[in-house]
Design a protein around this ligand. Structure first.
Ligand SMILES: CC(C)(COP(=O)(O)OP(=O)(O)OC[C@H]1O[C@@H](n2cnc3c(N)ncnc32)[C@H](O)[C@@H]1OP(=O)(O)O)[C@@H](O)C(=O)NCCC(=O)NCCSC(=O)/C=C1/CC=CC=CO1
Length: 266
């Protein structure tokens, strides 16, 4: 491990920080890719984590692909078309799949510019809150490439086809207030209060029964690729299981007794 992704954990909330601030947290770096993927797998395994926050160190959230490596044809950008294709598969595409597969609620606390694959990384999270300094740009065509990181799949799902097309065809940066108006983010805060706001949101999520949180997320994820019929079937099956849990009994008792529930994940 190289500390290109910092991880802290307290009270059931994990905070993951992209940590190459001098390069604006690019996600072409092989260590960064490995560490993001390993962290996402850990979130799935460690049931003491109930909610996670993803943010960037320094001025930017992430500047996406390393342009200097593209210019110099280094790393995944070196070699012929087959080599580049394999580089995408072994790199940024693993990040997209790993982040989309995270089972706990994941909040992107977008502290500054999120460009290209950095923008799409925020979109694969469940909730985005942004600092006033955040900027979102789906600017692949501006770099003479196309989205190879799943952006063409996730962006229309988050902002609708028309706004996705506008962002992807113009490559224009979208500021935080426009992102709020478009529903791309749910809150805009001052830079100083971004992490506190993310933590407050994470705590409100984490006080709910953890298994039910994971299953709710799984149902919503499945909903993006399933029919209503399929989702009703799946939710009936999950519901059969959660009705048997101690946390369900505790939640009902706590509501009736007008007290805070204490949930164990059982
Ligand atoms: C808006 C910015 C992101 C941040 O602006 P600012 O805070 O003013 O910082 P700068 O002064 O511009 O940059 C500081 C140093 O970091 C270097 N840097 C920044 N971004 C990159 C980058 N993408 N690649 C390489 N280096 C970068 C910058 O050169 C400075 O270093 P020096 O002092 O040595 O020069 C702004 O930086 C910006 O607009 N950056 C470009 C964003 C961009 O267009 N990114 C590419 C998007 S396409 C993409 O993401 C594609 C892929 C493809 C394949 C795999 C994986 C990922 O993505």
């Amino acid at each position: 491990m190289t500390d290109k992704l910092l991880i802290t954990q307290a009270d059931g909330i994990a905070t993951l920080t992209l940590n190459m601030p001098e390069l604006r947290n690019p996600i072409t770096d092989a260590d960064m890719v490995d560490e993001i993927c390993a962290a996402m797998e850990w979130l799935n395994r460690d049931h003491s984590v109930r909610c996670a926050i993803l943010t960037g160190a320094g001025k930017a959230f992430s500047s996406g692909g390393n342009l200097k490596h593209m210019r110099d044809k280094e790393g995944i950008f070196g070699g012929d078309a087959i080599t580049v294709r394999n580089g995408y598969r072994a790199g940024i595409q693993r990040v997209a799949k790993a982040v989309w597969s995270v089972e706990v609620p994941l909040i992107a606390a977008v502290n500054g510019p999120a460009y290209g694959a950095g923008c799409d990384l925020t979109l694969f999270c469940d909730i985005r809150i942004a600092s006033e300094t955040a900027v979102f740009a789906e600017n692949f065509v501006n770099v003479g490439i196309i989205s190879g990181d799943g952006g063409a799949w996730i962006l229309p799902r988050q902002v609708g086809l028309s706004r996705a097309a506008e962002m992807a065809f113009t490559a224009d940066p979208i500021d935080a207030q426009t992102a709020l108006a478009w529903g791309l983010v749910s809150q805009v805060t001052s830079p100083d209060t971004l992490l506190d706001t993310a933590m407050d949101l994470a705590r409100r999520i984490a006080r709910n029964p953890p298994r039910q949180l994971r299953l709710t997320k799984r149902l919503m994820r499945e909903g993006t690729v399933s029919s209503l019929e399929q989702i009703l079937e799946l939710s009936a099956a999950y519901q059969g299981a959660v009705h048997q849990t101690a946390d369900h009994e505790e939640a009902v008792a706590a509501l009736l007794e007008r007290r805070e529930g204490k949930f164990t994940g059982t």
